[in-house]
Write a protein that binds this ligand. Sequence first.
Ligand SMILES: *Cc1c(COP(=O)(O)O)cnc(C)c1O
Length: 389
Amino acid sequence: MNIEQAEKYLIHTYNRSVTFDHGEGMYLVDDGGKKYLDMGAGIAVSALGYSNEEYKQALKDQIDKLIHVSNLYFTEPMAKAAKYICQASGMDRVFFTNSGAEAIEGALKLARKYAYQKNQDSKGEIIAMEHSFHGRTMGALSVTGTKHYREPFEPLIGGVSFAQYNDLDSVKELVTPDTCAIVLEGLQGEGGIHPAEPEFMKGLRRLCDEQDILLILDEIQCGMGRTGKMFSYQHYGIRPDIVTMAKALGCGVPVGAFAAVDKAARAMLPGDHGTTYGGNPLACAAVSKVFEIFEEKRLLDHVDQIAPYLKEQLVELQKRHSCIAEIRGKGLMQGMELTVPAARIVARAMENGLVLISAGEKVIRIVPPLIVEKEHIDEMCQILDKILE
Ligand SMILES: *Cc1c(COP(=O)(O)O)cnc(C)c1O
């Protein structure tokens, strides 16, 4: 493909170099026929890898039947997908969106409406975390804890303050009678792969219960089995009030959702929120099929079995290379903090047929399709050994 031609017509928000043409299992193939092992899964999206036959067939069948009708009507795929999400998440009701950022927007609106219903003068304050990432739309950006993402686009929505992740006291200090929600990731992704401490999560749940604040967990990246549980909060035995999901929810078809417990969900009434595409039959056919394949293939068990091997091999790699400062993460969401710029390693990996992604300046984020096997982890480590020399 003519890259110059493509660059000419695209707004330059990304620095791209490779043109992918197709994929199979754990591998992507570029337009020159070169094969790449994919340990990034299109940013934690393609949990089933590429070209899964059952998934493709479900989409083809749905395309033949019905793609879109709008949210003015019921469809069978939407009802089915909503039930799967509630059963898997422990939430009571779902609203479908087209992306992660939109799921966050909806969650924030729901929290504000819940507070407004209790007190029309509520300032609807929201506590978010430093180093968090919740998306690029104005609302999602307002709760994203990276200043250089936010600053050029200010003024954003008001009433947002930032606490330190894993520091319960720093959250408590920010709580006021106007606090309507606390929003955080179950495991910080973009911000550099920082897992939550169980006591922090449990403490937040208690705090929210005491003050009737809604606890919003952003499971867009760490959800859908990536950490070994369907949703990361399930490691801590807590139930949030609102959960956002996207990325691997549709495994490639753009779809997101926010789900809520009944007491919160009931705050949204007809006319309060909407979307034209959200949860259309094609997107929802993908969601249902993803849940079915997870079950059939016992993907959560597979993550539990394979993730310790990934961790072990990364720790071995660290022993051999002094430029690796730390390995941290949970399940198949691992971060490798480097003493050198991550972008350089990502570029060298590409040259060597390995797709990696970074999370911030210094962290390589390893978020492979959940179907990854030992042989792929070995292949990645061999390539990394060569590059890190
Ligand atoms: C990717 C991501 C988002 C934003 O999702 P988009 O689909 O890109 O809008 C929000 N939160 C987290 C934790 C994410 O990783």
